[in-house]
Write a new protein. Structure first.
Ligand code: FES
Length: 117
């Protein structure tokens, strides 16, 4: 697919999140510590929307449902389904870890661009 212009650069403030559709994917955009990140809006565990996921000071986004945490730069799993206690660890055993897809971003010509392969 390549690079796609998705939003005006000033459309995303520090506390705001936006979900855009690119090539049939639902992509969550957010700003963290001055940088713009783009991640798949569906958790790789059970496809729960990540839009309300907390972004931690350590650079992870946490799924609101079972609290899996993913590195916002690489998508790598930091914690896999720790919640709720007992049930979360059972869910982790039957569902192998999967990274959260992340997408490169850039700002050009007053627009936010996302690269989707
Ligand atoms: S749906 Fe996200 S951790 Fe289970």
């Amino acid at each position: 697919m390549g690079w796609t212009s998705v939003l005006a650069a000033n459309a995303l403030t520090d506390d705001e999140r936006k979900v855009v559709k690119v090539g049939g994917r639902s992509i969550l955009l957010f700003k963290h510590q001055g940088s713009i990140y783009a991640v798949d809006n569906l958790c790789p565990h059970l496809k729960f929307p990540m839009k309300k996921g907390k972004v931690t000071g350590e650079g992870a986004i946490v799924c609101p449902l079972h609290k899996s945490a993913f590195d916002i730069t690489s998508g790598a799993v930091k914690t896999w389904t720790p919640w709720p206690p007992v049930v979360g660890s059972l869910l982790a055993k039957i569902s192998p870890e999967k990274a959260l897809p992340v997408f490169p971003t850039r700002i050009e010509e007053g627009q936010i661009w996302v690269e989707v392969a």
